[in-house]
Design a protein around this ligand. Structure first.
Ligand SMILES: [Zn+2]
Length: 271
């Protein structure tokens, strides 16, 4: 687990290896000790952390409603001391989660103590997917990964995913990106298979392999870094487009078609 101390708030990140390298997050206001839990799959570790640090759960926030992002909701809400604690989810996901929820949509702000968490709708991996912005941090769930993006195998729509990646790409470079799973190593190998001379991808892969060899969790990236090596944010860069057109001469060059081709190639790719 690692902790990130920001101005007035803190973030804990836990990687849950036994699932699918899911990340669970706790964000709390340093002054009031109110917290939000994001995408819980390991309620015991989360509840232990909350107890040890004297935190109070105000919300569980689900970036989306795939089972590995919501399974910890009820255990956390049941033992929470606060009767007002609830799950927050996009309206398109309400049928998939249990009790005690409220809905949040694009442009909403969630207050946790003195923290303001901004909601943006980023569908594509699934229709109800939201991302959360807190200070210079963005929680992107399964919309973007280090070097990659979410798949569209479970209620996904590739055209929506393309629009969401385009939307995230417009955000500031200095945003630190917290993702839903660690798939960085395979993603960066795929990125380098398409774009072998990409120095930023090589540097990032070296950094990640070093962390893995030392038994450490990989550090979060920034949106600025992703824009340099993540093919799903580089659907209009000549190196990527030319490579894909070389592989498939029928491919249209518009960004949406390139993005769709990238997603299909990644689905079939093994290192
Ligand atoms: Zn998912």
């Amino acid at each position: 687990m690692d902790i990130y101390n920001e101005d007035g708030f803190s973030i804990a990140r836990m990687r849950i290896e036994e699932s699918d390298n899911n990340y669970n997050y706790i964000v709390w206001c340093n002054k009031t000790k109110e917290c939000a839990v994001i995408d819980p799959i390991d309620p015991i570790s989360i509840l232990n952390f909350i107890r040890d640090n004297g935190l109070m759960v105000k919300y569980v926030i689900n970036t989306h409603c795939h089972p590995d992002h919501i399974s910890g909701n009820d255990p956390i809400l049941k033992v929470s001391l606060s009767l007002i604690s609830k799950a927050l989810v996009h309206p398109l996901g309400v049928e998939l989660i249990g009790t005690r929820y409220e809905t949040v949509e694009e442009g909403d702000t969630i207050s946790v103590g003195d923290i303001e968490i901004k909601v943006i709708h980023t569908p594509g991996h699934c229709p109800e997917h939201i991302s959360l912005i807190v200070g210079n941090n963005i929680f992107v769930g399964d919309t973007v990964f280090v070097g990659g993006c979410g798949n569209i195998k479970h209620r996904g729509v590739v055209e929506d995913l393309y629009k969401s990646l385009s939307k995230v790409r417009e955000l500031p470079d200095d945003y630190r990106m917290f993702v839903g799973h660690d798939y960085a190593e395979t993603n960066l190998k795929f990125a380098l298979d398409l774009d072998p001379n990409n120095e930023a991808a090589k540097t990032k892969l070296d950094e990640i392999e070093e962390a893995i060899s030392e038994g450490k969790d990989i550090p979060p990236s920034t949106l600025g870094e992703e824009k340099k090596y993540n093919p799903f944010m580089r659907y209009d860069v000549s190196e990527v487009v030319d490579e894909l057109k070389g592989r498939n001469p029928e491919l249209k060059s518009d960004p949406g078609s390139v993005f769709k081709e990238l997603r299909e190639l990644r689905d079939d790719w093994t290192s």
